[in-house]
Design a protein around this ligand. Structure first.
Ligand code: KG4
Ligand code: ZN
Length: 338
């Protein structure tokens, strides 16, 4: 008998629904919220209101696009956290209602676990999946972690940021330069035509496998403040080089720790996941590093890097196979460690 899972993701500002049958992706719909752009960041109250408007049409389209009927769905998986509480409430309440109406089990998913398990989505064009154990650099807007994955549902964090996440470093530095939110993709684009060695920024010293990005953000801010005193057009004139140099610094901080982790754990299966794994500089640098070190490198397709429900549905599939269902008392969690 085949297993059909409906996945629901609503942890931040994307409302997403996906359908997966036996690990195979049938549909993955994402409705992004432009309403936040004018505010330079996600406004939690506006996000939850937009989720309320979007959730029913997005789920409806995901089911239609999958060419299945509601009655074929075996379980509904939803993001329990971490994320914005109001946003999570919309997705979890919808999932509970759907589960009750369809008389099917409910499965809670940790969003971070979802990002990592996105490597197991079976879809057209994806021909390889990591072998256990593998190492994953999880880089998103809220998290930067090095994780050892021993099995689908057995993960251990071996390093993490003690302050800002890598995505936050991109977004905050972009804001300092007056670039629109989210800054990561904008910096990525500008960096492609800039010189990564034009400027040097301090790389915070962090021992072991932990990361730190807040020092970089501060040094970037002070560097620009000093340069702007001499030339008010400094940012405009050097935008591409600033982005390339900043991106180069962030990537070096990340990959230095990946190298260290691979050596310490003796694992040569290396993956990246999360929104920042969409960064072309990071994707290229990791590919090169993998070739140099003889690693098998796994880079997610672009559509599975930023928030999506396909990753929640695939995580739900593995939990379904193990009979890990949730009660309807389960509440969303703004903080929810892996
Ligand atoms: O995983 P995600 O969609 O949401 C969270 O779980 O946080 O990650 C969002 C983060 C944002 O900080 C965004 O700027 C960053 O991913 N991001 C990028 C790129 N695309 C998205 N950062 C660098 N380069 C990109 N191309
Ligand atoms: Zn995410």
């Amino acid at each position: 008998m085949s297993v059909v899972i409906l996945g629901i993701e609503s942890s931040c500002d994307d409302t997403s629904a996906a359908v997966i049958r036996d690990g195979q992706l049938l549909s993955n719909l994402i409705s992004s919220q432009d309403v936040h752009r004018a505010f330079g960041g996600v406004v939690p109250e506006l996000a939850s209101r937009a989720h309320q408007i979007n959730i029913i049409p997005v789920v409806d389209q995901a089911i239609k696009k999958a060419s299945i009927s509601k009655s074929e769905i075996n379980a509904v998986a939803f993001t329990r956290g971490p994320g914005l509480l109001g946003s999570l409430l919309v997705g979890s309440s919808f999932a509970k209602g759907f589960a009750i109406a369809q008389k099917i089990p409910l499965i809670q998913i940790n969003h971070l676990q979802g990002h990592i398990l996105s490597h197991f989505i079976q879809a057209k064009g994806i021909d390889k999946h990591p072998a256990f154990p593998f190492l994953c650099l999880l880089v998103s807007g809220g998290h930067t972690q090095l994780v050892v994955i021993r099995d689908y549902l057995n993960m251990e964090i071996i390093g993490q940021s003690i302050d800002d996440a890598a995505g936050e470093a991109f977004d905050k530095c972009a804001k300092i330069m007056g670039l629109p939110y989210p800054g990561g993709p904008v910096i990525d684009k500008l960096a492609a035509v800039g010189n990564p060695n034009a400027f040097q920024f301090a790389k915070p010293l962090q021992h072991g496998l932990d990361f730190s990005f807040s020092g970089l953000k501060t040094s970037f801010l002070y560097f620009l403040r000093d340069r702007l005193e001499d030339d008010p057009d400094f940012i405009e004139k050097n935008k591409e080089d600033l982005c390339a140099s900043l991106q180069f610094t962030i990537i070096s901080i990340l990959l230095e720790k990946v190298k260290k982790a691979a050596k310490l754990t003796k694992i040569d299966e290396v993956a990246i996941a999360g929104g920042v794994s969409a960064n072309s500089g990071l994707r290229n640098a990791l590919t090169q590093l993998g070739e140099k070190n003889g690693w098998n490198v796994y880079i997610p397709e672009f559509r599975f890097t930023t928030d999506n429900a396909a990753m929640i549905a695939i995580a739900g599939y593995y939990k379904y196979l193990r009979g890990e269902f949730s009660s309807h008392d389960v509440i969303p969690l703004a903080r929810f460690p892996l």
